[in-house]
Design a protein around this ligand. Structure first.
Ligand code: K1U
Ligand code: ZN
Length: 169
């Protein structure tokens, strides 16, 4: 099922998600629906708060549904190591039509549980590292607009206000 993606400034986006404690069919069905929702919006990831669920769950698939081996369900994830810097453009499905360069760590190691509760660690660089950080930020209530420079942030907030007034947001 394709879920509705909430847009900024919905308050759920800025609340830290609750840790997941139950690894049941409800969680696995939510993860499956989140993949379907991300693919329908040409996304490479999606966090539960973006579909109005304040839980520490995110899905990532850099192949956008083309390679089942690349599907990642991260439950209660955390960054445990990071190194270097990258400065690349990113988007966010809760900020349609906004793209901006953001500084992120170049490489990260994450620790997370899978949809059955099993802990694992994984390393990522380039786009995967960026996606890990973007999605884990969502679970902490941190949005990419607050990772931009103050000038870019205020220009983008102005653009959003204009779209809200036009009824296009
Ligand atoms: O969480 C989200 O809002 C999804 C977001 C994740 C993300 C994008 C880019 C860098 C880091 C994290 C998206 O998927 S927006 C779509 C997008 O930017 C993209 C799509 C295909 C390839 C590359 C980027
Ligand atoms: Zn996002």
């Amino acid at each position: 099922m394709i879920l509705k993606i909430v847009k900024y400034p919905d308050p759920v986006l800025q609340q830290p998600g609750e840790p997941v404690t139950e690894f049941d069919d409800e969680l696995r069905n939510l993860a499956a629906d989140m993949f379907e929702t991300a693919y329908a919006s040409q996304g490479i990831g999606l966090a539960a708060p973006q579909v109005g669920v304040s839980k520490r769950l995110t899905v990532i698939d850099l192949s956008q549904g083309k390679d089942p081996e690349q599907k990642l369900v991260l439950v209660n994830p955390e960054v445990i190591l990071s190194e270097g810097k990258q400065y690349e453009e990113e988007g966010c499905l809760s900020f349609p039509d906004i793209r901006e360069k953001v500084v992120r760590a170049a490489k990260v190691r994450i620790r997370a549980q899978d949809e059955n509760g099993k802990w694992f660690e994984m390393d990522g660089d380039e786009l995967l590292a960026r996606c890990f950080q973007h999605e884990i930020d969502h679970l902490d209530g941190v949005l990419f607009i607050f990772r931009m420079s103050p000038l870019k942030r205020s220009l983008n907030l102005r653009k959003i206000r204009k779209m809200q007034n036009d009824g296009t947001w």
